[in-house]
Design a protein around this ligand. Structure first.
Ligand code: C2O
Ligand code: CU
Length: 465
């Protein structure tokens, strides 16, 4: 639970916070779920596709009758979706037409340091940069977002994030629901003032009570009576969510942060903390035509936002050739660790900032060096038990294996492939990190509560040959 963090926000400071549970200004479930546009390449060669993205301020109608100023990729909120294929590289030319610098990170990707979106590798206003994404990794739901030093929390909050989906022949061959039956749900929260402007105060997540799905508040989506694949992304800066279906129905979880699980995992709730992803299959076959059900967030934080996030309107049956095989993929063996590292996530000794091992982020400091090709055991402690602050651990470049939390083995849905793991207050997570990428160089690791990473909770490692 995240209780306690709300104490950071003096009561009543943001009196204009928009909406909560029933008190919303919009009529719920009257707006169709937007699907972010799929970006087309501007050119293609034998081995790569080139995409153009422009960072610019824009406005959009999120709340009825109001215009919300945003920062966007190509004017889209969330940003356009890039659909890449394993084995075929992408180049993304990003031009910054904002008044602030940016750096674009492809979260979960195996890329060279020069294309990783390092916090001080900035695209200044008026400048462009081409990012190279080799797409050598298996099919996965990745996402891109701003990562500019100290301001990523605000810039992501204002809209600088979108989806990047890698597909491959191996996952296509499984026969999972695809095409129009494969729907991304990019979930985040926000606080609005009466004019519809986003309110941002660092660490004031408790005021962000409006939860948006694909940039819309309480939209609906029409579904047919068949199986669907839903790609769930928690794109909130600081809000954990736990998703359920209002009828108690089942999610068949097929993929985690970095791609397919070995076997489907059945359950009735999906907990995702910021930056975590899950792909699930939901079967609407046994719902009556004309019925409705809801995707709900039942995470019990101190400030419970609107519980119903999305309405499913069930239509006619259609033939459904899709299936969910019992075996999805074989995971690599990450090997035996050559060393153990202890990493403490928590306030510094004087309780003035968020720190990793007691230190604030310094982009000029290498916190430790890791040998390419080796495996390490990381013991990550949340040392903020006394403050009840939740944290997480995100490592660039790699997909790691989570072993256990407080000594209790995690389930297969949370073990591998992971790039972000939740670490509740006072708890300890152990994980195996293998540096199997061919790339060497400097990569950040940090808490993915972006309000924390923007407030120093970041460090960096160097992969050395
Ligand atoms: Cu999604 Cu370094 O972050
Ligand atoms: Cu944190």
């Amino acid at each position: 639970a995240v209780a306690g963090a709300a104490m950071l926000v003096p009561a009543g400071r943001l009196s204009a916070v928009f909406a909560d549970d029933e008190g919303t200004a919009s009529t719920p479930f009257t707006r169709a779920l937007p699907i972010p546009p799929v970006l087309r390449p501007v050119s293609s060669t034998a081995d790569h596709d080139l995409y153009d993205m422009t960072l610019a301020p824009t406005t959009a109608s999120i709340l009825p009758g109001l215009q919300t100023p945003l920062l966007t990729f190509n004017g889209s909120f969330p940003g356009p979706t890039i659909r890449a294929r394993r084995g075929r590289a992408s180049k993304v030319r990003v031009t910054n037409r904002m008044t602030t610098p940016s750096s674009v990170h492809l979260h979960g990707a195996d890329v060279a340091p020069s294309s990783d979106g390092h916090p001080v590798d900035l695209i200044q206003p008026g400048e462009s940069k081409i990012y190279h994404y080799p797409n050598r990794q298996p099919a996965a739901t990745l996402w891109y977002h701003d990562h500019a030093h100290h301001i990523e929390a605000e810039q992501v909050y204002r809209g600088l994030a979108g989806l990047y989906l890698i597909g491959d022949a191996e996952s296509d061959a499984l026969g999972l629901p695809g095409g129009q039956y494969d729907i991304p749900l990019f979930i985040r929260d926000a606080a609005f003032d009466e004019q519809g402007r986003l309110l941002f105060t660092l660490d004031d997540f408790a005021s962000r009570r409006v939860v948006l799905v694909n940039g819309a508040h309480q939209p609906f989506v029409q579904v047919r009576r068949r199986k669907y694949r839903l790609r769930l992304v928690n794109a909130a800066n600081s809000r954990p969510i736990r998703l359920v279906l209002s009828d108690g129905g089942e999610f068949v979880r097929i993929a985690s942060d970095g791609g397919l699980l070995e076997h489907p995992v059945r359950g009735t709730s999906i907990e995702l903390w910021p930056a975590e992803r899950a792909e699930v299959v939901v079967d609407f076959t046994n719902h009556a035509t004309g019925s409705t059900l809801y995707l709900e967030n039942v995470f019990n934080g101190p400030e419970t936002p609107n519980r119903q996030l999305l309405q499913f309107q069930v239509g006619e049956p259609v033939p459904d050739p899709s299936r969910v095989p019992d075996t999805l993929r074989t995971h690599p063996d990450l090997g035996e660790p050559i060393l153990t590292r202890t990493i403490n996530m928590g306030r510094d000794a004087t309780n003035t900032f968020y720190a990793i091992n007691g230190l604030p982020y310094d982009p000029d400091r290498i916190d430790f060096r890791c040998k390419r090709g080796s495996t390490e055991l990381w013991v990550v402690n949340n040392t903020d038990g006394q403050y009840n602050f939740p944290h997480s651990m995100h490592v660039h470049l790699v997909q790691f294996r989570v072993l256990d939390r407080n000594g209790v083995p995690v389930g297969p849905e949370e073990a591998y492939p992971k790039d972000t793991v939740r670490i509740p207050a006072g708890q300890t997570v152990r994980m195996l990190v293998r540096f199997e990428s061919p790339f060497t160089g400097v990569y950040p690791y940090h808490c993915h509560f972006l309000d924390h990473s923007s407030a120093h909770m970041m460090a960096q490692l160097e992969v050395v040959p």
